[in-house]
Ligand binder design. Structure first.
Ligand code: ADP
Ligand code: MG
Length: 238
């Protein structure tokens, strides 16, 4: 676990500035959801935390350590995307252990960590299968398994459920919450779905056009929206 501090972060792509000075302080073990309309800069911010995108100005620190110039592989984070490409030719077990293998972890430790993660995610009986023989929900669990085995300080999720059907989405929301209650890993979770945000978050960060409009608990946002944008965004049906 680690705190994450985002301080006056700006991002431009050439002439286009897409983040205009973002400040967010995330506590150790907190589950924070970034929410806002498509194009407001959520993924860009997450990719900057992951080190997949340069920071134009400002700073990001993880566990008190500024990571602006630290390569993605040396940041203690794991990211789960919306299009979680599993390796088709590898079993579930190999998919989950692959990053540890790349990091040259001992075989025995890889097996132990994969088996622990499989147990948490209910994948014990599927370890020998290939992705094509899994359901959408099972594949999503394997994608989460790949993140869990790394035991990172921070989980980053970018709309992990948006490719799933409505029923599975509801089920996975509660599984992800249970996972967080169990592991207590600091989590930053992006969605454009306000229902997901209201039901899952410790605190919600509402973004709009590259700025943070409000940060607060679901109840605070519901009771005391800072402005009309927050009120209409939180109040509109998902
Ligand atoms: P969100 O995830 O909230 O939908 P993004 O972070 O993907 O938003 O995008 C924010 C803005 O930055 C959008 O206007 C998008 O078109 C622009 N953008 C994202 N990536 C790039 C890029 N590589 N080059 C230029 N513009 C980009
Ligand atoms: Mg996005």
């Amino acid at each position: 676990m680690a705190s994450v501090s985002i301080t006056n972060v700006r991002k431009d792509y050439g002439q286009l500035e897409v983040l205009h000075g973002v400040d967010i302080d995330i506590r150790d073990g907190e589950f924070v959801i970034l929410v806002g309309p498509s194009g407001c800069g959520k993924s860009t911010l997450l990719r900057m935390i992951a080190g997949l995108e340069d920071i134009s100005s400002g700073s990001i620190s993880i566990g008190g350590r500024v990571v602006n110039d630290i390569a993605p592989k040396d940041r203690d984070i794991a990211m789960v995307f919306q299009s979680y490409a599993l390796y088709p030719h590898m079993t579930v077990e190999a998919n989950m252990g692959f990053s540890l293998k790349l990091a040259k972890a001992p075989q025995e430790e890889i097996r132990r960590r994969v088996s622990e993660a499989a147990q948490i995610l209910g994948l014990e009986k599927l370890l020998d299968r290939h992705p094509r023989h899994l359901s959408g929900g099972q594949r999503q669990r394997v994608a989460m398994g790949r993140a869990i085995v790394r035991q990172p300080q921070v989980f980053l999720f970018d709309e992990p459920l948006s490719n799933l059907d409505a029923k599975l989405r509801v089920q996975m929301r509660s599984e992800i919450k249970q996972l967080h209650q169990r592991l207590k890993t600091t989590t930053i979770y992006v969605t454009h779905d306000q229902i997901e945000a209201m039901t899952m978050a410790d605190r919600i960060v509402v973004m709009h056009d590259g700025v943070v409009e409000q940060i607060g608990s679901p109840l605070e946002l519901y009771d005391r929206p800072a402005n009309l944008f927050v009120a209409s965004f939180i109040g509109s049906p998902g």
